[in-house]
Structures are given as structure tokens and as C-alpha cells.
Design a protein around this ligand. Sequence first.
Ligand code: TXA
Ligand code: MG
Length: 361
Amino acid sequence: MSTVSTSLQTHAVINEAVQTLHDGGLVAFPTETVYGLGADARNAQAIEKVFTTKGRPSHHPLIVHVAAPDVFDQATVDWVAVVAPWARDISEDAVKLMNAFWPGPLTLIFKKDKSVLGEITGGQDTVAIRAPAHPIAQELIRKLKSGIVGPSANRFGKVSPTSAADVRSEFEGELGLMILDGGDCEVGIESTIIDLSSGDHPVLLRPGIVTPQEIASKTGITVHLPGQKMEMSLLPRVSGSLKAHYAPTTPLRLYSPGRVLDALSEFPDTKTRVAVAVWDSESALSEDGHPSVQFHEVEVPSNSAAFASRLYRTLRDLDEQGWDLILFPEPPAGQEWDGVRDRLQRACFGSGPSSSSHASN
Ligand code: TXA
Ligand code: MG
């Protein structure tokens, strides 16, 4: 499959994927955010395979992906019934959030139903749930008649994949991994995560394309930032919150407006081939002269959603081109940039040849 289509061939391939999941195998699948590495959420052995294939520590919890039972009119889906097999204490806020944003790039953390396997939750009493918007993900989940655990389909600590080809290159050695091709991911960064499990205040655990401002304007719900109402130590574990994450092998640094040369000071002489991302709204870098450096400019969108959708693609492509250093402009202030700022900062921290030794997911 090369495009999102509902052709007979697509249905046949999805049926094969359902059988693979049913038999305890793994299937990489497209979502609107990034590709996931899927396993049947009711099969402990299959879930263990997800951890070993990714190389992810087993106490880092996974998201359960769910879908409405039928091809549906979004306005009439009973999301409470969809999450009920997995979660308990589903609050009014949760219902409002699900109605406003599902299916879509928002993950909600609930108290878990007792039937949810401890392998998914890292032994915590909470579970993360998301209803992806991608039609192939939905059909896969619906036909499996279960939930699908799906961490991003990348090796531990690496850049998340936003195309089937990215997944293939991440898992080159994994013969037999089935990969459903649903085209390029539209959103391009992982879902926003909101923790609803404490009962009173929703807390933002991972910023994404759905911002607290958008949540407030669509639902009237105030989302708190970690630390605003809770001690960090009381927050559930989120491996995406580790400092090093989403990391390319090439060193990556951010530069503030007009300060490209400052960013080079960390790399005094040896770095000669530097890829510099520049805003598409600005003219090219001025030739303010660094004799030993050869700059290659790559335009990046100055619209936050467009930037997010291209971010991992650009990082992967530049990483493969063999530059000595990659420079990205610091994203501007504003919640719509929080998701990409978060990913870029972690990617910088984890970047470099030894990035695989950093802890992350
Ligand atoms: O957009 C996404 O969310 C993608 C696509 C494939 O759906 N998935 C994804 O999964 O990003 P993963 O495993 O790479 O990141 C899930 C994050 C992790 O940081 C994990 O720690 C957190 O969700 N998480 C899962 N269960 C949790 C829980 N019970 N409490 C707190 N955090 C949890
Ligand atoms: Mg991930």
C-alpha cells in the first residue's frame, strides 16, 4: 500500500495485519502523529516483543489505541463506552475532551481498569488512551476488536518515524516486521498527553499540536502545566519527558535569532560542514563570515503546524546526509510552538554519535 485508500487491496492487507496481531505478532501502523509499533493490548507476550524490538525499558508505559466500533459520525460516538474496557473514573472533563478532540492527536491518562495488563502501564495504576484519526489505524483497531499498544515505531531514543520508509530503516534487521503504509504523517510530532487520573486538575504531560489554549477555548477546561499544581515527583512516569529523546546521530544545536555563529562556538575548528535550518519567512543567512565553515541552508516553515509536520522528516534527512553539525532556529514563544520546542530541545540534548546510549524512548 502506498497511499491512504480504501481499495480492496488495502482492506486485504489490513486483514492480514489483524491476523498478525491476533497471532501475537507486531505490526507497524500509520497514525496522524507518527507511526506506531503495534501489538494486541490484551496479549502480554506480544507487548513484551514491543519492548524488546524497540529496546525500551519495560517500566516505561505504553499508550493503548482505541477506535469507535463502526465507521461513524464523529458527533455521535459514545467514547465512554469505547474507553470503558480500559479505564475507570471517567470524569465529565474526560467526556468533554474526548468529544472535542477524538479521534485525534490527544492522549488521556485515566485510572486503569483492573483487566489492563501491568506490562502496558509499567506497573502504575493509570493507563494512557488515544483514538487515532488515521483511517488505517482505525480500521486495524476496529477489526482486531481490542486495543493496540503503540509506542512510536523507532529504536529507543531515536527520531520518531513519519513514513513507512522511516519505519523500515529503523527496523532494517527485523525480518518479517509487517509495516502498513499510510503515507506521510500529517501532524508529524507525537500526541499531546493530558493526565486526568488525579481526579481534580488535568495536567499537561507532553505538549503537542493540541494546546492548553485550544482545549480551554473548545471545552472551557483549564489544563495545568506540571509543577503548577503538583510536585514533579508525584507525576506519573513519562519516558518522553526524559531529557534526551528524539535524537539524531549528528550533533544538533539551536541558535537564537541572528546568532548562528554563536552556536558554532562549541565546535571551534573541526566542524566544517554545517546544515542550518532557516525560517522560510526570512532571507538567507548573511555572509557574516566564518572562514572554516561551509553552510548549507534548509528552509523550515514559520507556521508551527507546518514546522511540526516536517520536523522529524527534516532531522532524518539531514542526519543521513552526513553533516558535521545541524543548527535549527529557536522556535518563537507561544503554546503553538511548545510541542516542537520540547522535541527540539530533547533532540539537541540526545544528539551526537553516542546518542543511542542516552536514556529515552
Ligand atoms: O502520537 C503518539 O502518541 C504516538 C502514536 C504512535 O500514537 N505514540 C507515542 O508513544 O508517542 P510513545 O510510547 O513513544 O510515547 C508515549 C508516552 C510515553 O512518554 C509514556 O511514558 C507516556 O506516553 N505514557 C504512557 N502511559 C502512561 C501513563 N500511564 N502515565 C503517564 N505517561 C504515560
Ligand atoms: Mg516515542
